[in-house]
Design a protein around this ligand. Structure first.
Ligand SMILES: [Zn+2]
Length: 64
């Protein structure tokens, strides 16, 4: 079973789950706050999310 990465938009908790591929897009619950978490797509692994909410390259999102 592949590992999928999820992030909770409520508390920012990021966690991995072992799920069947067919369950990858099913809703998951954040273990910290019980809000719905969203799957982090592996294609965005080299990107981080800027304060604008848009994905920005890591290089441009370093410490300021
Ligand atoms: Zn949470």
């Amino acid at each position: 079973m592949p590992v999928y990465e999820y992030k909770c938009p409520g508390c920012g908790n990021q966690f991995d789950l072992l799920r069947r591929m067919s369950q990858a897009d099913e809703p998951v619950t954040c273990p910290s706050c019980n809000n719905g978490a969203q799957r982090v797509l592996s294609v965005f692994a080299s990107f981080t999310t800027g304060s604008s909410g848009s994905p920005v390259p890591m290089a441009a999102a370093g410490p300021t």
